[in-house]
Every structure is written in C-alpha cells, then in structure tokens.
Design a protein around this ligand. Structure first.
Ligand SMILES: [Zn+2]
Ligand SMILES: [Zn+2]
Length: 451
C-alpha cells in the first residue's frame, strides 16, 4: 500500500505486509505541501503490523517523516546505509526547521512532537546502518517467516540504495530514486538485474522521451556562464543542497580547469557545505567517480546569509550556488534571485526540474522585462534566465532496460507524475505483454504474490 508518493513525487512511503511482518520503504515528507497531507497517511494502516522501515536515501521526500512515523510506532526499527544515517543528522533538523516555520494550522501538535532537536538527537542514535550488499535477516512481531534484506548502490546521491527483500520463494526489489548514467561525482547504479517477483520502480522521467546528454548541457551551461561573466555579471545557480550542490561544485571546478569557463570565484552557502563534508568522509569507502576527490578541496567562499546585499558577487563576476533548487520563498536562492532580477547583466541558471507551483518555475518561464507573478508578488526581471537539465534520475530508456532485464511478474510504478507512470506503463505493456503493471493509488491495498 502506498501511504504517499503514489502518482506524484510526494511524501514517498511504501508499506508492505510480508508474511505477517510490516515493512515501510521510505517515510518521506511532501516537498511542498505544509498541511497535514505532507505526512504519510499512516492511519490507513489501521491494525496492520509495523516492524521495520528501510530508508533508501536522505532526501526529505524519502526520509523527512521518519520522526513522525517513529512517534506513531515507537517499536519500529529504522535501517539505512551508513552515509544516509550520517546525512540524516543534517537533513532531519533542517526538515524540522522548515516544518516549524510554515506548517498550516490543521496539523495536530503531536505530529511535530518528535521534531524538536532533543527528540531528533535521540531518534538518530536508534537508526541502524546496513552497508551495501550485506544481508540482514529479520522477522516482525507477528511474522510467519524470516525476511532477508540488502541494500544495493542506486547511483542517485551519496548513500542512495535500492532495497532487495526475500522471503521464502518471494523476492522484491524497490529501486528508491535511481540513476543509470554517471554524474560528475556519483557513478551509475549497480542494482540487481536478476529476476524478482515484484519490481517497485521510480518513474520520475517516465514521460521524457529524450533526455539531453550531460555533455550537451555542460556545453550550453559553459556558454551561458561565459556570456554573463563577459558582461561583468554573476551567475546564480539555484540547486538542492544534497546532491546537486556537490555535483555542481565539482563540475564547475572541472570546467574552470579545462578552460571551458574562466577561473571565477565560487560562492556556496549553508547546509550544502556541511553536506559536502559528509561526501568527503565517504570519498574512499562509497562508490565515487574519482575516489579520494574531496569536494572541500575546491576553493569556495561562504555566502553570509545576513549580508547578501553586500556580497562580493554583486561587484565581481562570480558563480553562486544556493539552495533551494526550486526557489522556495525565504530560502537563500529566493533572496538572491531578488537581487539578480534587477541586474540586466546578471544571469540565473536553473539546472533541475521546477515543479509548476514553485517560484522557480514562475521565474524560469517568465518573460523578460514584463510583469509576472512570483510567490504572490507582481515583479519584473531584467536579468537573463536559462534552463538546463542535469537529472539525477534514471532516463526512460534505462527504466525500460531494467524492466526488460529483471522481467518481474508484477511491476509497480511510483514516484512519478500520472503522465510519467501512464506513458511508461503503455510502452511496457506492449513490450512485455505477460507482465502485470500496477500504478498504485494512495491508500489502496494490492496483493503482490510470487509469480
Ligand atoms: Zn532523491
Ligand atoms: Zn525522490
């Protein structure tokens, strides 16, 4: 049963009852919703068993509701990779801050009880780390048979994993968020490719016929940076603090070294810098494109949150990386964008998906020098804006390849907008006619038996 993240990229939370043992895969918070619907709807479970939660990676839409779910089910074991556990020390307090700041009044107080600093600190000590490819055997309180679980490298961000579960003859693979092409820092996934009965797969890019190659996008980005900085302007790149920020720091530094762009001061800020330190701590032990390469070795100047109006990037051509990626109001990137919009020689480069309801989307499609709505305000921009696509999600072709290799009896599509899931399902139905395809709806139970 999906308690969130069905037919959308929301509060991702898959619930499975396997031979009497209750398993959650991910307990995410909705990335934008701040009402009670931001939490996975665990009330739908009624009296079903709840024993273990596997967290596939530390993005808020997969990890952020864990304090809430653990408050509801205090006996729950929370299991993640060692890097995800370390990243949770940064991501959970940050998620808690966002929740406290703009939660709506319909959220009962108890929902937030486990989000204060002490409660999060205590919870984190209970998180269990399971390294890649090691197996864990467990059986729930009313479990009838043991289940074996293992994590497999998902290629999305540091610590990301797909989960393989086996119980007797039944096997199931949950991809989490996954990527099958190398990024700059993070190498491609190595998920199991053998047959499983059930494949639960993300479908973020399910409707995108042709994803532009990273090389093409890199050339376009270099061209944009060159145009802006030749005019004495600075380039703002709004990006997620976890994943995108680290990829961008290393990519921009390599572009400077290869002479694709001039040597420019690089400004980064806030949480992204702390996350980069966790990347560095795992640069030898976890999969990396260049083992031993430390992100903090790239010279970076810190953005001072209270002094953005006086930042050196306003005078000297620079590159500025700031979260959030979709310009959510009140974030560093949102505040910096206000300064950029009034400067005709400056430029903003959007590098990832912009959800239609976000200020990032409004600005990225806005006409130049004409009024438009940005987070409820009528504004005009004179700066340049350009969109690029550096996805950390598997392409449609690679999704089809995975399904063709694994040949599951049942395929479950999640973590995608309805059109992504539908378009992928249609294509796969033609290629693999015997396979059952399920696009689950939130709160509906499905029986996924062995084939
Ligand atoms: Zn993710
Ligand atoms: Zn996600």
């Amino acid at each position: 049963m999906m308690l969130g993240g069905a037919e959308e990229i929301g509060a991702n939370c898959t619930y499975l009852s396997i031979e009497g043992t209750g398993v959650f895969i991910d307990t995410g918070l909705h990335p934008r919703d701040r009402s009670v619907a931001a939490f996975p709807d665990v009330d739908l479970l009624e009296h079903r068993p709840t024993d273990v939660a596997f967290i596939t990676h530390a993005h808020t839409d997969h990890l952020g509701a864990l304090p809430y779910v653990m408050r509801r089910f205090p006996h729950l074991r929370a299991i993640m990779t060692p890097a995800t556990r370390d990243l949770s020390h940064i991501m959970l307090p940050n998620g808690a801050r966002l929740l406290r700041n703009d939660i709506t009044s319909d959220v009962p107080r108890e929902h937030l009880e486990f989000y204060d600093r002490t409660a999060i600190d205590q919870l984190r000590f209970a998180f269990e780390a399971l390294p890649y490819a090691e197996t864990l055997q467990f059986r729930g309180y009313s479990g009838r048979a043991p289940i074996t679980a293992s994590f497999h490298w998902a290629g999305h961000i540091l610590g990301s994993a797909g989960v393989l579960l086996q119980c007797g003859r039944f096997s199931m693979l949950h991809t989490g968020d996954t990527m099958f092409d190398n990024q700059t820092v993070i190498p491609k996934a190595s998920l199991p490719r053998h047959h499983v009965d059930v494949l639960i797969m993300e479908a973020t890019n399910g409707a995108t016929e042709q994803t532009p190659s990273r090389r093409e996008e890199r050339v376009r980005l270099a061209r944009f940076i060159n145009t802006i900085t030749e005019r004495n302007g600075s380039v703002l790149i709004p990006c997620f603090a976890l994943g995108k920020m680290q990829e961008m720091v290393v990519m921009l530094s390599s572009m400077m070294q290869r002479g694709e762009i001039p040597h420019l001061p690089l400004h980064t800020g806030g949480m992204g810098t702390r996350i980069s330190k966790v990347y560095d701590a795992y640069c030898y032990s976890d999969p990396m494109m260049r083992p031993g390469l430390e992100i903090s070795d790239t010279p970076q100047e810190s953005i001072i949150r209270d002094e953005i109006h006086r930042g050196p990037y306003l005078k000297t051509p620079s590159l500025v990386l700031a979260s959030s990626g979709m310009l959510n109001t009140g974030t560093l990137s949102y505040n910096l964008a206000q300064l950029w919009m009034a400067r005709p020689n400056f430029g903003i480069a959007f590098i990832g998906y912009q959800h239609p309801t976000t200020p990032g989307h409004a600005l990225s499609v806005s006409p130049k020098k004409q009024p438009f709505d940005l987070a409820g305000r009528r504004v005009t921009r004179t700066c340049e804006v350009e969109r690029f696509r550096f996805s950390a999600h598997v392409s449609r072709e690679s999704l089809i390849e995975l399904v063709t290799d694994v040949r599951p009896s049942t395929l479950v599509l999640m973590h995608g907008e309805p059109e992504s899931c539908d378009s992928l399902a249609l294509d796969l139905r033609e290629r693999l006619p015997g396979m059952r395809i399920c696009i689950p709806r939130k709160g509906v139970s499905y029986t996924l038996s062995a084939g």
